[in-house]
Structure formats: C-alpha cells, structure tokens
Design a protein around this ligand. Sequence first.
Ligand code: UD1
Ligand code: CA
Length: 476
Amino acid sequence: MSSQSPLSSMGTPIDVVIMAAGKGTRMKSSLPKVLHTLGGRSLLQHVLDTAASLQARKAVVITGHGAPEVEAACKANTGVGFTLEFARQEPQLGTGHAVQQAVPHLEDDGMVLVLSGDVPLTQADTLFHLIAAGAGRNLALLTLEMPDPTGYGRIVRDTTGSVKAIVEHKDASPEQRAVHEVYSGIMAVPATSLKRWLARLDNKNAQSEYYLTDIVRFAVEDGAQVVAYKINDAVQVAGVNSPVQLAALERAYQHGIAHRLMEDGVRLADPARIDVRGDLRCAHDVSIDVNCVFTGQVSLGRGVSIGAHCVISNAVIEEGAVIHPFTHIDGEKLGVTVGAGSLIGPFARLRPGARLGKEVHIGNFVEVKNSTLADGAKANHLAYLGDATVGERVNYGAGSITANYDGANKHRTVIEADVHVGSNCVLIAPVTLGAGGTIGGGSTITKDTPAGALSVARVRQVSIANWSRPKKAPKA
Ligand code: UD1
Ligand code: CA
C-alpha cells in the first residue's frame, strides 16, 4: 500500500487486536484454522501483513485452540515491522471475552483495530477509511449489506439513522432480523473507551457469551459517536470456516492477482488458470499459458514466455527466455537464474543454485542443480548436471551425468569452455574437462582431461566374425 496511515501520520498509534482463539471445527483438520494457507500464506499471516501495511504499532494476537502452534508460526515469520504480542484466551467465552484478554497489552494513547485471524482479504485501504471514520474518538464499525444476513449481527439504527446497537442474530427480534446491514466483525475504537466498555460486558444473552458487539450500546449510553463505514465488497470481510469457504476465497484472491497482472500488461491465456502463491513480478510483454503455479519470489523479464503447466518458485528469469510446458523450476533458498534468451524444457527441472547464462538450452528430462552454465551452453536431452561449473558453448550430450556424490561428500565437476561431452557419459567428480576437449560417447571419466584432446574411456569394440548364436536344446 502506498497511502500513509491517516492516524499514525497524525500521531495516534494503531494497535491491532487479532482474534484467533476459535476452534474452526468445520475445517475438520488438526491444523489450527488460522494456519491454513491462502495464496501461499497462512490466513493469520495475511492479517498480520495487513496490519504491517497500516503501520500499526503493535499487534496482539488472541490465541486459544492450538495456541503454541499459532504463536510459533507468527514468530517464525519475522520482519512484520511492529511489536507482536500474544494473549491466551482459555476457555473461549465470546468475542468480548477475547478482546478483554488483550487489555493489559493496550496502551491508552492508541486507536484499537479489532480484526479476526480467519478474515484474510480485508484491504488496508478499507481499514484506513474505517480508522479515519473513527477520527481518533468515535467507535467505527465496518458494515455491509448482505442479501442473506442470517447468522450475522444486525446494525440497528434509530429513526434519524444513527447506529444504536448491534444485535446478534440469535438475540434479534423478527423486525431486527429483517435488517440487511450487518456488522463485519471489524471495528476501530479508542483504547481508553474500549477498556471502559469491555469492563461492563456480561453474558446475559441467547448464547451466554461475552459479546464484543455489546460495546455499541455502552458507547451510545455514554454519548459517544458510533459511525458505520459501509462497504460493498463481501470478499473483504469474508471469514473462513470450512474448506469450501477457503477454496472460494482462494479463487477470489487469485482472480484479483490475475487482474492486477493483466493491468500491468501480462498476457494470461486464462486468468482463471493461474496460481500465484507469493510475489510474481513481470516486466512488459510477458505471456503465461494455462495452469502455471508461481510460489515465493519470482521475477520474469521483458518478453518472457511461460508455457502451460509450469511450476516456478524463487527464480529470476531474464529477458526473452522461453520456458516450455511442464517445466519445474524450484530455487528454494539458493534461487535459480535463467539468463536472457535461454530455452528451457519442455519437462526440464531446475533446482536450487542453477545459474544459467544467456542463451542456454536445457531440454527435456534434464535436471540441473547447484550448477553454473555459462552463455550458450546446451544440455538438450535426458541429462544431469549437479555441482558443476560449465563453460561457454559447452554441448552436454544426451544421457550424460555428473556423478557428484560419493555417498558421503559432494564434489564439483568443471567443464571448460567449448567442451563437447558425448552421449551417455559419466563424469566422476571431482574432475575437470579441459577447454575445447571432446569426450567420446559412453565414457566414464575419472581423471582430468587435457584441453583440445579427444578423451575416450570405454572398452574397445571387438567383432567376432561368423558368430553363431546359441540354440535352444531340443525338448526331451
Ligand atoms: C461475530 C459478531 C457478529 C458479526 C460476525 C461477523 C460478536 C458477538 N458477533 O459473530 O456481530 O456479524 O462476527 O463474522 O462478536 N473468537 C475468539 N474467541 C472467542 C470467540 C471468537 O477468538 O471466544 C474468534 C473466532 O475464532 C473468530 C472471531 O473471533 O476468528 C469471530 O468469532 P465468530 O464466532 O466467527 O463470530 P460470531 O459470533 O459468529
Ligand atoms: Ca463467524
């Protein structure tokens, strides 16, 4: 988000409370609900990242079910840019009770933004507007009109249109149930007021829970202003309670990414058939065919073309490279670089530490791991290059492999510029093939080879004239 947080720039810090103690029974999973992933990040991480883009001072995560796991997952993801604190809620007695657990963590000078760990797609801009509506002193509620409001808290207004209360579905009269404006579950409220009102909550209601939503009544009683900031986009406030809802939100999220890519000029064969589970950056004139998956950090240079069914993670693919269908590129932590104008695949596999120069060709069923290939090197068919340094214009034959692992240690193979490695060679590392040399097909190379020489390491061919093949013995 480019916009500045309206309050942090005015000097009122934003403290975010994230409710994440609920069980998520309908996920039918041993993984806590908020740790299920959407677009490659946990639901809770989406909410934390949103808090980061709001320049929040602090986030207090309310944990309960699966608390140790949830807290560990939050801590593992460093670099959020604000103070992260946890408050346990055991047992879970309602949303009001959840926020009460955060009180000792909240300083009086802050504006508190209440979010849920299972509502991942709220946009920071929406929250900026909500906080601005709070103006540092009001209770601001994020609301929306729902065609079917069943189950939600209803926004009850008086004849002048002022918000008087939120009434939970189970407590609502038929008249109140007819209201379609619902509370989204997200509010902004000054910390001092919040603390005062939370202290007054009780659980005398249809569910015997401490409702956070009851603070609206207290605000009205105290003469504080309650404002509703209404949005139309249900996706932004949709929660995840089941695998069906998770899948629906994943589609909504991917749809948004696909549209942003196309607006940046990327040509997608079908915006409904791309999955980005991380950060995909594209220069101009990139085209992406159907069913590609991008994870982690991927950058595609100008004019790059990605064929159908490619899976690409943590890679930099430079200008004009063509990745043919069914290619798997996974840079993991080391990354993969594909140089300008290279041709990769179909059915190629580039693993961590593959660094390809310009106009390198990697063909079908070729695997490259932790190897550098200089400009113009080619390995076109059925080959393995692991822990190798490959010079310019090397031609690496079909079926050849580097035997880089002796069962205990890995060793390097150096193939100098302009070497031609025939088909079906085994290069037993550590070994160096001198520049411009030729390795005869079928050779098992165990010693360094001189520059410019033909090196052959295989049994000489013999022919026995007039050979008669064995015959079957007649049956007894
Ligand atoms: C709540 C609101 C309702 C609103 C709806 C929007 C209340 C009383 N009602 O409904 O007005 O329309 O959200 O989705 O607030 N949680 C805890 N601890 C608890 C209870 C809940 O951490 O003790 C967490 C849940 O894990 C969830 C969030 O709070 O992330 C909201 O709880 P949920 O049960 O979905 O809210 P509702 O009561 O359905
Ligand atoms: Ca709910």
